[in-house]
Design a binder for this molecule. Structure first.
Ligand code: OSB
Ligand code: MG
Length: 367
């Protein structure tokens, strides 16, 4: 794939409701889009980096800076295969969300040229995927029950509650009491606890949760392994897993028995697939997480979520869970599922009118 240049475009998208986690509140998304232009095609990708470095060290201005200064210029002028992008960018440490966006845009352009879909390329085993939804921390338990009720009515097949110290056993008990026992329920702490909280976290064992996601700090792999021995609820890692190497370490340490795979967090869809393959070989279930993506990021996530090892519903929710107007044709739940786009590449493109309206800046990096 020969690259003429790369557009770095910033957009702002208000969220339909504030999304609160243990690390902060988001009321909108300030998103970096990467458009790779080739002589005959273009490829689109969305960078998962949030506005502030709270979830992890990356943030959107930093991602744009490292792309502009280093990553884009590292790609060879005479063309590059998407499979080689990861190796070419490896001398630059970290910045996985920025790398993921560039690799994904190159892959999209390449697959559009070849007329092949992301799902087909990655090895999707189905054409639609069951969807869960991530429910933020609320001001009160009644407000939470109302939100969960609406999502269940919309057909979401799994509910994930964000938790933090002071908002854990009570909301989980309230949701369990209000809804059927067979509601698939899990929680996500975004690293808000320490091993000292093990007894409090063990109280969640009574509620039949599918898993507890990232209870301890990002770099506390060994302590997650210790916590796993104290809980009956399976531990799932999100922030701690930045690569297939991390996944291998976590599995062999016993730090987790489930993995949330976010392509942005691990540097792209190819590394995401390697984690899937590794986990599958070890009998470790995986599911596809999200970074509140627009339709551009969501499309590719759905293709990944269709791989055979993704045996748990993910956070790939419908467009209207996030945005009143999505950047692409909206993804709408049908019977609790979203369709995997079947067209070439990611199978969707920004709607030109919406794109114009939400764009705040654009920068062209010629090659
Ligand atoms: O921890 O999974 C997380 C959103 C932003 C940052 C981190 C997380 C999340 C979510 C929502 O839980 C995922 C989504 O719906 O895209
Ligand atoms: Mg998480």
């Amino acid at each position: 794939t020969q690259i003429t240049g790369v557009e770095l475009r910033r957009i702002t998208m208000p969220l339909v409701a504030p999304f609160r986690t243990s690390f902060g509140v988001e009321t909108g998304r300030d998103v970096l889009l990467v458009r790779v232009v080739t002589p005959d095609h273009e490829g689109w990708a969305e960078c998962g980096a949030p506005s502030e470095p709270r979830y992890c060290s990356e943030y959107v201005d930093g991602a744009q800076d490292v792309l502009r200064r280093f990553l884009i210029h590292a790609l060879p002028k005479d063309g590059v295969d998407a499979q080689a992008v990861g190796r070419i960018l490896r001398p630059f440490t970290g910045h996985r969300m920025a790398k993921s966006a560039l690799e994904t845009a190159v892959l999209d352009a390449q697959l559009r040229a070849a007329g092949e879909s992301f799902g087909s390329y990655l090895g999707a085993a189905r054409d639609r995927v069951p969807c869960g939804v991530s429910v933020g921390i609320m001001d009160s338990v009644p407000a939470l029950l109302d939100a969960v009720e609406r999502y269940v009515a919309e057909g979401y097949v799994r509910i994930k509650l964000k938790i933090e110290p002071g908002w854990d056993v009570e909301p989980v008990r309230a949701v369990r009491e209000r809804f059927d026992d067979d509601l698939l329920l899990q929680v996500d702490a975004n690293a808000a606890y320490t091993l000292v909280d093990a007894q409090q976290l063990a109280r969640l064992d009574d509620f039949g949760l599918l898993l507890i996601e990232q209870p301890l700090a990002n770099d506390d792999m060994v302590q997650h392994a210790q916590l796993a021995k104290l809980l009956r609820t399976p531990i799932c890692l999100d922030e701690s897993i930045e690569s297939a190497t991390d996944a291998a370490a976590a599995i062999s340490l016993g730090a987790c028995s489930v993995i949330n795979i976010k392509p942005a967090r691990v540097g792209g869809y190819l590394e995401a697939r390697r984690i899937h393959d590794l986990a599958r070989a070890h009998g470790v279930p995986v599911w596809c997480g999200g970074m509140l993506e627009t339709g551009i990021g969501r499309a590719a996530n759905l293709a990944l979520a269709a791989l055979p090892g993704f045996t748990l519903p993910g956070d790939t929710s419908g467009s209207h869970r996030y945005f009143a107007t999505d950047l692409t044709e909206p993804f709408v739940l049908s019977d609790g599922h979203l369709e995997v786009p079947a067209g070439p590449g990611i199978g969707v493109a920004p709607l030109p009118d919406v794109l114009d309206e939400v764009t705040t800046s654009s920068e062209w990096i010629a090659r």
